[in-house]
Write a protein that binds this ligand. Structure first.
Ligand code: HEC
Length: 148
């Protein structure tokens, strides 16, 4: 009996740690993006645009950032052909293979090979709203899924 209680306690701890681990793992994956992208309070544009509120943000929406534009296959030309929003689907595809989604993207990044890295970094980014405040990532992703 005592063992059963111990086991139940252990399982609860593991379940809670699993939830936190996703955010922590996503934060770790974001170290690959950090040279070019900032997120959170006072995030500024670097080589790439800041990523606050990226889940649900229209493509190429940061004022003052010079996105790839002009020719076919650039971020702005694709967006002009059809309005687009960064959701889990487009973001996953882009982070796996940037040039597969935006052939002439300025983002010099080969892509993430591990599906779990893609999921975790999206989860990490979902917790920053447009002002860079930390919010509940689940609520952001649920709200976005409801608009699809
Ligand atoms: C070597 C620099 C570099 C790295 C590393 C990099 N990016 Fe980018 N990123 C860019 C640039 C430059 C752009 C603008 C692309 C364009 O204009 O075609 C961009 C664009 C983006 C966009 C579209 C933003 C918008 O406003 O439409 C997202 C989302 C994004 N990057 C996410 C990431 C994530 C997440 C990572 C890490 C897994 C990452 N990037 C790694 C440079 C980088």
């Amino acid at each position: 009996m005592r063992f059963a209680i111990f086991l139940a306690g252990l399982m609860l701890t593991v379940a809670q740690a699993g939830y936190a681990a996703d955010l922590a793992a996503g934060k770790k994956v974001f170290t690959k993006c950090r040279a070019c992208h900032a997120v959170g309070e006072n995030a500024k544009n670097k080589v790439g645009p800041h990523l606050n509120g990226i889940l649900g943000r229209p493509w190429g929406a940061v004022e003052g950032f010079k996105y790839s534009s002009g020719k076919d296959g650039t971020l702005i030309s694709l967006k002009e052909a059809e309005p687009r929003v960064w959701d889990v689907e487009t973001l996953s595809a882009y982070l796996r293979k940037p040039k597969g989604v935006i052939p002439r993207s300025k983002m010099e990044f080969p892509g993430l090979r591990d599906d779990a890295d893609v999921t975790n970094v999206i989860y990490y980014l979902a917790q920053f709203d447009a002002e860079g405040n930390e919010v509940d990532p689940d609520a952001v992703l649920d709200a976005l899924a409801a608009t699809d």
